[in-house]
Write a new protein. Structure first.
Lengths: 508, 305
């Protein structure tokens, strides 16, 4: 061999030797690999799922959600809703400090709401009913609503709390780049595309957590993320892909933690306004519901991991134990199709989102096969997320043609009326379905402050959707975390997103 | 030589303008981003306002002129996803991609030429066979598979190297080898055939007759003459490495520009995509200029074109 080759070899070997030295994750600093980079580090702007997992370590809402999912006093020590639901009276905790040292008072709450409403579409929608703020003193304020909003309290007030004094001191640019909150951890640094660092805040109003520092790194590629855990480079990972779960469970030294978020609910949705399409007729939709072998899809495509509910999860208000999910009955499907006027089936354009998050492709293919078996000639059309979302949003038009597999919602919301409104009411943001009868019931339910009354209305509304086959739910998502054996972690339950709250982690 | 360099520079500039036009139009063909930037129940008024804010209600030629005018001032627009100036984002991620691409390039050139020359000097031997296998495997196996296998073997099983991310020298090894293998293979094949051709020529026979040791004949005389097509191939490969590193970047969590642009496409972040492609093209054109000038160094005849 000649000189050049030799030099290259020596360089490589030196590199390898170097490498074997600096390897494992530091024992003190918790390292978590998430699948998604947050779209923002600013609490006022947090809007998509991947944001909250990290931001909720340093940002807080008015109420505190404990790991078991219950709402407890937090920044707000007590709240009272007026009988007509239009006024909520808040008493705030005294002596709370922001990470910047500024004191927390009612004017910070007002500022937080104003800022979030102005800059964050999600929060703006959630606070639609808010009329005005009334500050009574530094630790007392009232929110006046235009109409009662039953999702406001369970939604913890929709906007995370930021400091007005800090904002006035540092200005917009610095405020956005160095967010400051009241949470048990404070933001340290953010390297876009790589990581976010947080460290324990000693002035926290609540219980002091055990982990001192944490780093969240973003590893988009699933197999790489799992490899990092196996190579002991990270302590914990989120969003484990379903096919790898069994392997992880069998690996000694690792543990798998399941979190039933029960949301999203991948479903087949129908834009039912256009009478030209077969699925305008509810019998056709019901036939399609009978055509699918759910057990098989859940076992083989989703690896038996998600839950399957008819509509709501058992812990939710209005859960109807009598309601059974759709069953697999291809004979009945064919009969219904014939009744509706399609004895020889029909041609069907089946849209689905191309996304890595769920095995949508395999599910769509399996469903298409079941449809073919009852005579529905299915053409699979996979679209990338943005294109599919545009189509979904345009589907309210009376001449739209759309039926597809979508990442929908039913269970797991802050209140059952939240997703019902969003996903099924005629004007709902993610709805392609329209049913005036349902619209009436849900409008009543949204305004029913009394939980007994709301419970009854929710049950009615669910029955309507179920009998009309508004959509065909496949399953309810269960999120998977995996960690080294020496990590104890309790993910927040009864929450529709997977959070990674470092305060709920213990390193043994 | 100066005229030659100037000519290449001018060509580069024209290419850049062409690229900017193409990417500008292409990115707007993919559908209306405004609907995806507003909340699901936004009013028509709101949609119109956002569209106006982003300047998307103007006809495309007007938008292009505005873009060029702003870019000359250094304003390449704001990322709608990261809410930062697009140029800042792109420049932050650029070094990572350039570092990876250059190292992969160095790897592929070194490996490719070395193995190619060895293969050519001993055609038919087991060395030649190994060289050809190396090329075939590198060109046949998809990058993502090589990358994932490398991580599973060298990081998880053996623990020799880190799995992903950017850090010290050890973090560069797997990604650059993965990225460089395909290019190394192409360069190796070209080197081999080019060398075989050159080795049979008259002046090589003369070099032998003059009493030069084999080493000098091969590496000083033959290789230098065989290099022209290899340098051309090298330039093409460099472009491929710069632009195509996105798969390797994703697998190895390498915080590069490719991933940023891909995400920009997925989220319809026009400014980021335009700026990213524009900057990548600029870097590519500059590097190609260096490659072109290398021709001049290797082959004196070209200098006087």
């Amino acid at each position: 061999m000649n000189r050049k080759m030799g030099t290259v070899l020596i360089v490589m070997l030196t590199g390898l030797a170097w490498a074997s030295c600096a390897q494992s994750a530091s024992a003190k600093k918790l390292i978590v690999a998430t699948g998604q980079e947050p779209s923002t580090i600013d609490q006022s702007l947090a809007g998509v799922g991947g944001d909250y997992a990290i931001v909720e370590n340093y940002g807080e809402y008015l109420m505190y959600k404990s790991p078991n999912g219950d709402l407890n006093p937090g920044l707000a020590t007590s709240w009272k809703v007026s009988p007509d639901g239009k006024i909520v009276d808040f008493t705030l905790r005294k002596g709370v400090k922001f990470h910047s040292g500024d004191a927390f008072t009612a004017k910070d709450v007002e500022f937080s709401f104003d800022r979030a409403r102005a800059k964050n579409q999600t929060v703006k929608t959630r606070l639609r009913s808010v009329d005005r703020f009334e500050i009574i003193d530094d630790y007392h304020f009232k929110i006046h609503f235009k109409a009662p909003d039953v999702t406001f309290i369970p939604g913890r007030g929709a906007a995370m709390i930021v400091s007005k004094s800090y904002y006035d001191k540092v200005g917009e640019e610095k405020f956005v780049r160095n967010p400051v909150g009241t949470g048990p951890y404070k933001f340290v640094s953010y390297t876009p595309g790589e990581s976010i660092d947080v460290e324990r805040f000693d002035g926290y109003w609540g219980e002091k957590p055990s982990v001192g520092e944490a780093r969240f790194i973003f590893v988009a590629e699933d197999t790489t993320r799992v490899a990092k855990l196996k190579a002991k480079e990270v302590d914990m990972i989120t969003t484990c892909p379903y096919p790898l779960v069994k392997d992880l469970e069998k690996t000694p030294g690792l543990k798998v933690i399941r979190l039933a978020t029960n949301h999203p609910t991948p479903s087949i949705v129908f834009a039912n306004r256009n009478p030209k399409h077969p699925w305008h007729d509810r019998r056709v939709r019901m036939a399609m519901a009978y055509a699918i072998n759910y057990e098989s899809i859940l076992k083989n495509v989703f690896h038996g991991i998600p839950n399957r509910y008819a509509y709501l999860a058992p812990y939710e208000l209005g859960y109807d134990s009598q309601l059974k999910p759709y069953t697999y009955d291809p004979q009945k499907a064919k009969k219904l199709l014939a009744e509706a006027g399609y004895p020889n089936g029909f041609d069907f354009n089946f849209y689905w989102i191309v996304t890595g998050r769920f095995p949508f492709k395999e599910a769509a293919e399996a469903i298409a096969a079941y449809f073919e078996a009852v005579g529905i000639r299915t053409k699979l059309i996979g679209e990338e997320p943005m294109k599919n979302l545009s189509r979904h949003r345009a589907a309210k038009a009376p001449d739209a043609e759309y039926a597809g597999l979508f990442s929908h919602g039913r269970a797991g919301g802050v209140d059952p009326t939240q997703f019902m409104d969003l996903m099924f009411s005629s004007e709902g943001g993610f709805s392609v379905y329209s049913n005036p009868q349902f619209d009436k019931v849900i409008a009543e339910a949204k305004a029913a402050v009394d939980s007994k009354k709301r419970e009854a209305l929710i049950k009615d509304a669910v029955r309507i959707l179920h009998e009309d086959t508004a959509s065909i739910p496949l399953c309810n998502a269960v999120m998977i975390y995996a960690a080294q054996k020496n990590i104890d972690f309790t993910p927040t339950q009864k929450h529709y997103m997977e959070l990674v709250l470092v305060k709920d982690v213990t390193i043994k | 030589m100066k005229r030659y360099a100037l000519k290449r520079l001018l060509l580069g500039l024209l290419t850049l303008i062409g690229v900017s036009m193409i990417i500008f139009v292409a990115v707007r063909l993919s559908g209306d981003p405004v609907l995806l930037l507003v909340s699901p129940d936004a009013s028509q008024e709101e949609i119109r306002r956002v569209r106006n804010e982003l300047g998307l209600d103007q006809p495309i030629p007007v938008q292009y002129v505005v873009f060029i005018r702003n870019s000359l001032r250094g304003d390449f627009g704001r990322s709608t996803r990261y809410r930062m100036p697009a140029l800042e984002l792109v420049l932050k991620r650029l070094p990572a991609t350039v570092q990876l691409a250059l190292l992969a390039f160095a790897v592929s050139v070194t490996l490719g030429i070395t193995i190619g020359v060895i293969s050519a000097t001993k055609p038919g031997s087991w060395l030649d066979f190994s060289g050809k296998s190396f090329a075939m495997i590198g060109q046949a196996m998809p990058e993502f598979w090589i990358g994932i296998m490398a991580i599973l073997i060298f990081s998880v099983k053996l623990g020799w190297l880190p799995t992903s991310g950017r850090g010290g020298l050890q973090h560069l090894i797997l990604p650059s080898l993965t990225l460089g293998w395909f290019s190394a293979a192409s360069i190796m094949r070209l080197t081999r055939s080019s060398m075989l051709q050159v080795m049979g020529s008259e002046y090589i026979k003369t070099a032998h007759l003059k009493g030069n040791p084999e080493r000098v004949v091969v590496w000083r005389h033959a290789l230098r003459n065989a290099l022209i097509p290899i340098v051309a191939m090298g330039g093409m490969q460099l472009g491929r490495l710069l632009g195509g590193a996105v798969i390797v970047e994703t697998i190895f969590g390498w915080p590069g520009l490719g991933q940023l642009i891909l995400e920009g496409i997925n989220t319809r972040d026009f400014s980021v995509v335009q700026t990213g492609v524009f900057i990548t093209s600029t870097v590519f054109i500059m590097l190609n200029l260096v490659v072109d000038l290398t021709y001049g160094v290797i082959d004196p005849r070209i200098r006087y074109e």
